[in-house]
Design a protein around this ligand. Structure first.
Ligand code: NAD
Ligand code: TYD
Length: 350
């Protein structure tokens, strides 16, 4: 049995990674460690909750003393670190939370791993999950590669860049076995409705204005969340120690074009007359320091580890819309705040 710690497993991407590992690897004990901030929702994992190889630990990665004890108690062989504050707009409004969790929290995990493994690194791995936003903003051409210089421009991306640097520093200085991946924008089931796609979905459904920042000209590369989980699985098992891998969807969309496609899908799913939803599009004040374009070159991952995205965007977006339509309760629980009671019900009131 391997003991694997996944941090941030109650969040959007983390829950897909936890589910994949719990189901695919019954020989691994999967420990989901999460503080359950507003973004953490154990309902995301209701289907694996009772599996014998799944364990939940409610813990803040910023509290080192208890974190260290947890590492000693469970004797982790590997860590997949996803816990983070992840929303750019929140980082603009309140940067300190991001500095705290994303930088200090990551260093705490590095120290806890170093302390537990104590120079005996055989079979051990610290896998840090990061974002393409560390590379900054592209113009009309070019792609981010693993060697693109870091140029973060929001408090979120700057805090993630700092954490990447620290992870690499522990590799070079202490020989801690690490690997890092930097991924583009994810979409799919279970994404918190503050991010573009689920927010727009919810507003379209409720006939509310769809807020598009600036003129909607900014470009993002979108990857279906299960494709990201698949890439993480590959890198976890076959990635080379000390290396970085870019993960992307080869799928660039201008925000406005993405919203128009979403409106078209929603009109069809809700039996609305064609063109109804797009009348909700409302251009609003631009985000401060709004990065123009992200686009990622994932050739290294494709060539060295034989990974490629499997879900095409139109199909993935339609699947996502269907998931949100079929999981109204999940969305309503978030919007009402009820999802935060789930932990109490699952873990204390049974
Ligand atoms: P999310 O906000 O949905 O989930 C974050 C999770 O971390 C939540 O469950 C939250 O409770 C937990 N968490 C936050 N602070 C914590 C703390 N102090 N201690 C313990 N747990 C804490 O985020 P996400 O979108 O799933 O992103 C996961 C990771 O992937 C992040 O590291 C993010 O930077 C990275 N990433 C995200 C995207 C994307 O498009 N969402 C793209 C590339 C990389
Ligand atoms: P977001 O989902 O916040 O991801 P990120 O900022 O990490 O790329 O936003 C995706 C894009 O959509 C980004 O260019 C900002 C834009 N956006 C809007 O136009 N309106 C919105 O309400 C939100 C949340 C984002």
């Amino acid at each position: 049995m391997k003991n694997i710690l996944i941090t941030g497993g109650a969040g959007f991407i983390g829950s897909h990674v936890v589910r994949r590992f719990v189901n695919k690897y019954p020989d691994y004990n999967i420990y989901n460690l999460d503080k359950l901030t507003y973004a953490g929702n154990l309902e995301n994992l209701a289907d694996v909750h009772d599996k014998p190889n799944y364990f939940f630990i409610k813990q803040d990665i910023c509290e080192y003393d208890t974190l260290k004890d947890i590492f000693t108690k469970y004797n982790f062989d590997a860590i997949i670190h996803l816990a983070a504050e992840s929303h750019v707009d929140r980082s603009i409004a309140n940067p300190m939370e991001f500095i705290h969790t994303n930088i200090l929290g990551t260093v705490n995990l590095l120290n806890a791993a170093k302390n537990l493994w104590h120079n005996n690194y055989e079979g051990k791995l610290f896998y840090h999950i990061s974002t393409d936003e560390v590379y900054g903003s592209l113009g009309e051409t070019g792609l981010f590669t693993e060697t693109t210089a870091y140029d973060p421009r929001s408090p979120y991306s700057a805090s993630k860049a700092s954490s990447d640097h620290l992870v690499r520093a522990y590799f070079h200085t202490y020989k801690l076995p690490i690997v890092i991946s930097n991924c583009s924008n994810n979409y799919g089931p279970n994404q918190f409705p503050e991010k573009l796609i689920p927010l727009a979905f919810n507003n379209i459904k409720n006939n509310k204005p769809i807020p598009v920042y600036g003129r909607g000209e900014n470009i993002r590369d979108w990857l279906y969340v299960e494709d990201h989980a698949g890439a993480i699985d590959k890198i976890f098992h076959d990635g080379k120690i000390g290396e970085t891998y870019n993960i992307g969807g080869i799928n660039e969309w201008k925000n406005i074009d993405l919203i128009l496609l979403l409106c078209k899908i929603m009109d069809s799913k809700l039996n609305r007359e064609s063109g109804t939803s797009e009348r909700l599009i409302t251009f609003v004040k631009d985000r401060a320091g709004h990065d123009i374009r992200y686009a990622i070159d994932s050739t290294k991952l494709q060539n060295e580890l034989n990974w490629s995205p499997s879900v095409n965007f139109e199909g993935g977006l339609e699947k996502t819309v269907e998931w949100y339509l079929n999981n109204e309760k999940w969305l309503n629980n978030i919007l009402s705040g009820d999802y935060q009671k789930y932990y109490e019900q699952q873990y204390f009131l049974r």
